[in-house]
Design a protein around this ligand. Structure first.
Ligand code: SF4
Length: 424
């Protein structure tokens, strides 16, 4: 039952229950109506976060939860049906009004919308579609809209929502159906994947039309920013190898921009409250590996796993690869290709490009020159030579050998009232 009588009270309630899911705090002060947003350390149904969409300038995104009510009973979720908590919802017209008021005040330029699923998924999808249709076709809002697709959507609804959104995302939660059934008995991975394929085909189709000259329709962008998908990490026994394997398999069909990983946190009053939290560093290692696969030219078979099939926690995945391939190093800065440089810890796509471009006109003479080109020399130096001379005899990875995050894993058991992940 929805208890709040007016819009201000609804927002107040949603915000007081909200959690912090940002991967970086907003630097500017929140507007007065969001004054409680910084008081709580949990899921924030409405927050503002700057993101960069493709090559465009930074977009400040309003991230908003349409409702925290849900008929599903996912074991890891603070909003699950059986959990006692105040519930409320925003109607489509209310949500649109809040967002457009925020845009008019210059607080944000884009929208991220997600929701619990109270009652029939088809009705919730209708409400999501109504939000987007009002914004696009009634108010002519041509900016960025990212919408989270819910399980149980109908084919025509998926098509319509995708046509109106800049980006569509789907929560897979787990990489295989059996493990999903353990944490979300009412969800069906195979059905979610059918939805994913339907969105993907629309995105790929629209992209291909635009490549062939069809003009962009800002009010019906067709999800062309690319999909995202999400996994809850550590709530099931699935290894990083299994999760990344599923991710790579899905990337192969194109149309997916990137993946989100949400480290599991045990939520008070849920069936998983006694399960240990997944260390945040595991989530970070998965993100780093995703970057290697998408931006650094690594193939999935090159990723280094430990004996259990997980990414090593003590080293980032590129360092783990470098340590496993001593035959590749040291690399000579003056002759290495861009692709080779990208294999060096501490050298990213921008610094690799700068090294290759600038060495044709100027010769780097030492660490300071490399630092000026964006190289993180504390990490890279041990893997490089310059003019045949090693830049450093001890590698950064060896200097950090005393720190073993693996030993800290599971040392403490913290319970949470809210969880990150809902807004990814
Ligand atoms: S994960 Fe989503 S569907 Fe599951 S209980 Fe939470 S809000 Fe509902």
């Amino acid at each position: 039952m929805y208890r709040t009588p007016n819009l201000e009270a609804k927002l107040e309630l949603l915000m007081s229950l909200a959690g912090d899911d940002r991967e970086g705090l907003p630097t500017r002060q929140l507007p007065p109506r969001l004054k409680h947003a910084n008081d709580v350390g949990a899921l924030r149904p409405l927050n503002l976060r700057p993101v960069r969409i493709g090559n465009a300038a930074r977009t400040t995104l309003m991230r908003i939860l349409m409702t925290n009510a849900c008929s599903f009973n996912c074991h890891y979720c603070p909003m699950r049906r059986d959990r006692d908590m105040p519930r409320t919802l925003l109607k489509p017209a209310e949500l649109v009004r809040i967002f457009l008021a925020a845009v008019a005040r210059d607080w944000c330029t884009g929208l991220f919308i997600t929701t619990g699923i109270p009652g029939r998924p088809v009705k919730v999808m209708d409400d999501l579609i109504e939000v987007l249709a009002l914004l696009r076709e009634h108010h002519n809002f041509a900016g960025y809209i990212h919408v989270k697709m819910i399980p149980g959507a109908q084919e025509a609804q998926i098509e319509r929502l995708t046509s109106l959104a800049t980006r569509v995302s789907l929560n897979l939660e787990a990489p295989c159906g059996d493990s999903l059934a353990r944490i979300a008995p009412e969800k069906d991975l195979s059905r979610t994947l059918v939805s994913l394929e339907r969105v993907r085909s629309r995105v790929n189709e629209r992209r291909s039309e635009e490549r062939e000259g069809r003009p962009r329709d800002a009010l019906h962008p067709g999800g062309t920013a690319g999909m995202t998908m999400q996994f809850v990490v550590g709530a099931t026994p699935d290894t990083d190898r299994t999760i990344l394997g599923k991710m790579s398999q899905l990337y192969a069909g194109h149309g997916i921009h990137h993946t989100h990983f949400a480290a599991f946190r045990p939520i008070r009053d849920t069936p998983l409250e006694n399960v240990r939290a997944t260390p945040a560093v595991r989530e970070q290692r998965l993100y780093q590996t995703d970057y290697l696969l998408r931006d650094y030219g690594f193939e999935s078979h090159e990723v280094v796993f430990d004996a259990d099939g997980n990414l090593p926690l003590a080293h980032d995945p590129k360092t783990a690869w470098a340590l496993a391939h001593p035959e590749f190093f040291p690399l000579e800065v003056r002759t290495a290709s861009r692709e080779q440089l990208l294999r060096v810890p501490g050298i990213g796509p921008a610094s690799a490009r700068r090294i290759v471009v600038e060495r044709s006109t100027t010769q780097a003479r030492g660490l300071a020159d490399l630092r000026a080109m964006g190289v993180v020399t504390t990490r890279a130096a041990g893997f490089l030579t310059l003019g045949g001379r090693p830049l450093q005899s001890v590698r950064w990875s060896e200097q950090l050998g005393f720190w073993r995050p693996d030993e800290e894993v599971g040392a403490y058991h913290l319970l949470y009232d809210v969880s990150p992940g809902t807004f990814r």
